[in-house]
Design a protein around this ligand. Sequence first.
Ligand SMILES: [Zn+2]
Length: 283
Amino acid sequence: MLNKLNQSIYYLDNDENKERPTLGLVCGDKYSLVIDAGNSVQHAKEFLNEIKRLHVPPIKYLVITHGHWDHFLGLNEFDSSIIIVNNLTNEILTTWQNYSFDDESLQTYVDSKWMSPKCMEIIKSEMPTRESFRLNAPDIIFEKSLTIDLGNKVCVLEKVRSTHSNDSTIIYVPDDKVLFLGDSAYGTTTNGLFHIKQSVLLPMIEDIQKYDANYYLLGHESICDLEEMNLYWKELISTSNVTNSTSLEKAVANFELVYSRTPNSNEHFFLRAFVNDQRIQSR
Ligand SMILES: [Zn+2]
């Protein structure tokens, strides 16, 4: 079932058991725009079937928020839409356009660490006729930002600085004060270590906070309101501010000294992620 945020914005919840991110739909008077293509042919088909039942204007555009497989592997199902990515996401998709999806090829990619085992598993179970599957190329590639009018409904796309990936696009709907963040606000995993890029944290928050929004759609959380988002930023900033070494003990001690309390579970998670980032930077 699609969730209806208001008259023109819908979303399909993420499903972490199936590695499925949140998918979005923005409808104007003339056209609709989809945010992210899903992690597989099956995911995209299920989303499209839900959209059909709404009788909204045709899906003229599909925006891919970033070049992680779970956000774009369903894109061939949108072959009558204009597919939009930023220039850095396009570089990643270009690599994927050369991939074959038969068992032997998939295993090679996993062995070379170009593809995660989980990705291979989803492809095997949710990509029918994958032996002949080739990923389609995007139609529009933008560098910094792009504005699209769906008919009395404007969407602003912008490539932002992000702690998750350097190719993150966010989508802002000013009429509705809704911001689709994709995975931009999350950390990332490098060599098996989850970390949050400390050097990009404040620039990212600056890029995101310049948009006046009441609701935020996140890739693996579905929806947050402004208050929840502000708490998230506050906890990230306060934990980043006290982390300046590769020692978690020191970071926790600094936190307790500065804020006169023990970190909550989110803050503890962030402290560990910033410490991991210091470890990666010091290598
Ligand atoms: Zn991602």
